[in-house]
Design a protein around this ligand. Structure first.
Ligand SMILES: [Zn+2]
Length: 64
């Protein structure tokens, strides 16, 4: 798992929840924003790239 989505029905501003990067098995404290389509988020620690599509999949499944 590299991306976790926590559902928050009270938060209408952020697609109903928050995304968190799971870095080397640990969930990071700082939430992520969905990146622009051509600019994936790259983690400086583990080097993984998370594309916008990954965020939408995580939103549907709970995690990627
Ligand atoms: Zn990472």
């Amino acid at each position: 798992m590299v991306l976790k989505f926590e559902y928050d029905p009270l938060d209408n501003e952020h697609a109903g929840g928050h995304w968190y990067h799971v870095c080397r098995g640990r969930i990071e404290d700082q939430e992520l924003r969905v990146p622009p389509p051509d600019t994936p988020y790259e983690c400086p620690r583990c080097g993984i790239e998370l594309e916008a599509e990954d965020f939408w999949i995580a939103q549907q499944r709970g995690s990627v």
